[in-house]
Design a protein around this ligand. Structure first.
Ligand code: FAD
Ligand code: UDP
Length: 381
């Protein structure tokens, strides 16, 4: 392979890299090389079919597409249609099932009361007043207690968060909780987004279509660090792998959280009755169970079902999934970002490159922005 012939090289075939490659090829009609170390395209959004049940599942964890960004919604529709899946999550605490995010049903069931929406603020104010949290809250735990009071926090948030992040919630940034709405009504939607759904023919097809332009060459099973010296020094490089690795960890290692999955096939058509059940207690070793058949209500699957238990741990460098945006890591990121900004024609971005907790629509929006603001102008010049 003659790597030097490409004036645009993209590392990583997840949403970030694939959007850049697609835009460069279809808008600017330039050749692009996509380098991917895994044996498939699509990054963490990859999906496959379970051979025993025929059920499609998401290899690296369930992915629900949701957005209120019209530009992103129009863009993604060039590559897929979505089904009408609507994301709802339940959580089990002390062998009882509750709505998650916490809504009026969760509160009423937990306290065994029958509040009306207009009574919730006063009720929670009394719970919150029992802890004297200074404003503004300094960390995740304080933020949670200042929103819902200690009993709900301890039941539904503390154990789950500890399991998920392997950190005491006091050591986590409060913004993580912004992902989780608290509702004073019976709304059961996990998201506030204007649009949501699952790609009708799976995530894999989106990436196949994005990378199908003949101007794009995709090379799988290739680690960028093994071939980087063969790339032209004048090429534009878009790197969507881990930020610290790009700089050979010169300021130290960033922490990432990873996941491990345990799959099981059951002789029932339906095991959970929903696509995801969280388990709130710290004593349950996994965070949630997924049942992917529910992601495709429009499909007819057989009499067996697949469930996937999700276990969370610190990454040892093999499978970085989630950035851990605590103070220590945020300070390191600052140093690396300054270094990244000083590089010419190199863009380090995406969820791992920016070290940000991006959802898919945010990753796509960020890649579209980079293309318009930086890559299009520099390739046109
Ligand atoms: P990635 O998808 O991680 O892709 C990066 C790619 O770069 C990978 O394929 C990797 O192999 C490759 N790579 C890295 N280093 C190298 C190297 N040295 N050489 C070659 N290739 C390299 N978002 C939602 O909107 N809804 C959800 O429900 C949702 N659920 C999620 C669940 C989990 C468990 C996880 C981890 C994420 C979830 N997300 C969800 C977020 C979503 O996965 C990301 O927004 C999106 O995948 C980020 O795309 P990316 O291209 O930046 O990164
Ligand atoms: N969370 C929680 N209990 C739950 C669900 C979520 O405490 O039952 C907290 C947890 O700290 C988590 C955060 O809310 O990290 C955001 O949840 P989300 O479902 O967005 O996490 P993700 O889908 O990224 O795993």
């Amino acid at each position: 392979m003659d790597y030097s012939q490409y004036s645009v090289v993209v590392v990583g075939s997840g949403f970030f890299g694939s959007v850049i490659a697609e835009r460069v090829a279809s808008e600017l009609e330039r050749k692009v090389l996509v380098i991917e170390k895994r044996n498939h395209i699509g990054g963490n959004c990859f999906s496959e079919i379970d051979p025993e049940t025929g059920i499609e599942f998401h290899t690296y964890g369930t992915h629900i597409f949701h957005t209120s960004n019209e530009k992103v919604w129009n863009y993604i529709h060039k590559f897929t249609e979505f089904n009408n899946y609507f994301h709802q999550v339940l959580t089990t605490y002390k062998n009882k099932v509750y709505q998650m995010p916490i809504n009026l049903e969760t509160i009423n069931q937990f306290y065994n009361v029958n509040l009306k929406p207009f009574e919730v603020d006063d009720f929670l104010a009394k719970e919150k007043a029992k802890d004297k949290i200074a404003s503004p809250p300094k960390n995740f735990e304080e933020k949670a207690i200042s929103l819902i009071g200690r009993p709900l926090y301890e039941a539904f948030i503390r154990g789950y968060t500890k399991k998920q992040w392997n950190k005491d919630p006091k050591d986590l940034p409060e913004f993580i909780l912004n992902r989780l709405p608290i509702r004073k009504n019976y709304n059961e939607s996990y998201y506030y987004s204007r649009w949501q759904g699952i790609p009708k023919d799976g995530y894999g097809k989106i990436f196949e279509r994005m990378l199908s332009n003949p101007l794009i060459t995709t090379q799988l099973n290739t680690n960028y660090f093994d071939i980087k010296d063969k790339i032209s020094k004048d090429a534009i490089l878009v790197y969507s792998g881990p930020l610290d690795q790009f700089f050979d960890y010169k300021f130290g290692k960033l922490e990432y959280r990873t996941l491990r999955f345990e799959s099981e096939v059951h002789p029932y058509e339906d095991y959970l009755g929903t696509s995801v059940m969280n388990f709130a207690e710290e004593s349950v070793p996994f965070t949630r169970i997924h049942e992917p058949r529910h992601l495709h209500p429009e499909r007819t699957y057989g009499q067996k079902t697949l469930t996937i238990k999700e276990f969370s741990s610190l990454d040892d460098g093999t499978n970085p999934y989630y950035p851990i945006n605590d103070e220590k890591n945020s300070n390191l990121v600052k140093k690396y970002r300054e270094e990244a900004q000083s590089l010419k024609n190199v863009y380090i971005s995406g969820r791992l490159g920016d070290y940000k907790y991006f959802d898919m629509h945010e990753t796509i929006a960020s890649a579209l922005g980079l293309f318009e603001d930086k890559i299009r102008p520099s390739l046109k010049a």
